[in-house]
Design a binder for this molecule. Sequence first.
Ligand SMILES: Cc1cc2nc3c(=O)[nH]c(=O)nc-3n(C[C@H](O)[C@H](O)[C@H](O)COP(=O)(O)OP(=O)(O)OC[C@H]3O[C@@H](n4cnc5c(N)ncnc54)[C@H](O)[C@@H]3O)c2cc1C
Length: 301
Amino acid sequence: MIYDIAVIGAGLVGLASARELTRRHPELKLAVLDKEPAIARHQSGHNSGVIHSGIYYETGSLKARLCVAGAREMYAYCEEHALPVERCGKLIVAAAGSELPRLEALYARGVANGVDGLEVIGPDAIREIEPHCQGVKAIWAPNTGITDYARVAASYADDLRAGGGEVLTGHGVEKIGQRPDALVLTTPAGEVQARRLLACAGLHSDRVARLTGGSRLPKVVPFRGDYWVLRRDRRDLARNLIYPVPDPAFPFLGVHFTRRVSDGAVWAGPNAVLTSGWATSPSRSASAASGAWPAATGGSA
Ligand SMILES: Cc1cc2nc3c(=O)[nH]c(=O)nc-3n(C[C@H](O)[C@H](O)[C@H](O)COP(=O)(O)OP(=O)(O)OC[C@H]3O[C@@H](n4cnc5c(N)ncnc54)[C@H](O)[C@@H]3O)c2cc1C
């Protein structure tokens, strides 16, 4: 059998793309292949669980537009499918006066991106929202929320199967060849043939590109993110989401506190550590909150 489309990667991007393809073109024979024994085993099942509102990205960029529209669609999808979701809001806090110009620039960018409800607030309002948080000023983003992205991925996979698509776990693509009528994907579970290929391999995107004969560059530089979790009796230290003002020297949002929608646990993280095989010095490490335990690792190499 020859599939019309094979998608490599059963993370959120691969599953969402496959689901949308079967919705728009129900006649397609489609399969999503993943090397792991289950879906969403990498970033998609180990992230902070935040529905970002679209504040951070450059105004007019595709990322900014997709983030604002995507947040709206994610809330609607979770509500329609009875998935856990809360529009709990988030604070981005300037801890020192020196951070204020960056905080104000971020606020202006969020407004320009069309993010609803943003406000710049002072220390008293910060304490009303988060009693244990101190800051000079903060952005209050009421439309930021939390969900469980592993559950979202499972729901996308259900939709996909209901639309006639297949999810083939344990199918790591090791080789991509071409016959006159089809591409041939070699996996440990056997060959899969498809007329077209969509690669959504996350941090292995560069490796999959090379399997097609693509260039060695660009190359993914893999970072690992560790989280710590607050002790149960100190969960009240952060009611919802508390973020720092991002440091422009690093391409990360900074270590933040996130309440988990599934069990109410409060995570602190992620840090960002270059994985082994790359440079030995971590680019930035988390200052883990006191009384915290190691929790989980997001990202993959
Ligand atoms: C620490 C951290 C925290 C984050 N927090 C948030 C957040 O709060 N909110 C948010 O919106 N985003 C967050 N993100 C980003 C978000 O998690 C990612 O953008 C998203 O999960 C990417 O999905 P993906 O499908 O591209 O990648 P992945 O989830 O990594 O999926 C790629 C899949 O491809 C498979 N694969 C790779 N190579 C092959 C192969 N050769 N053959 C078969 N299968 C293969 C892998 O097994 C994997 O399942 C966070 C990311 C990290 C790292």
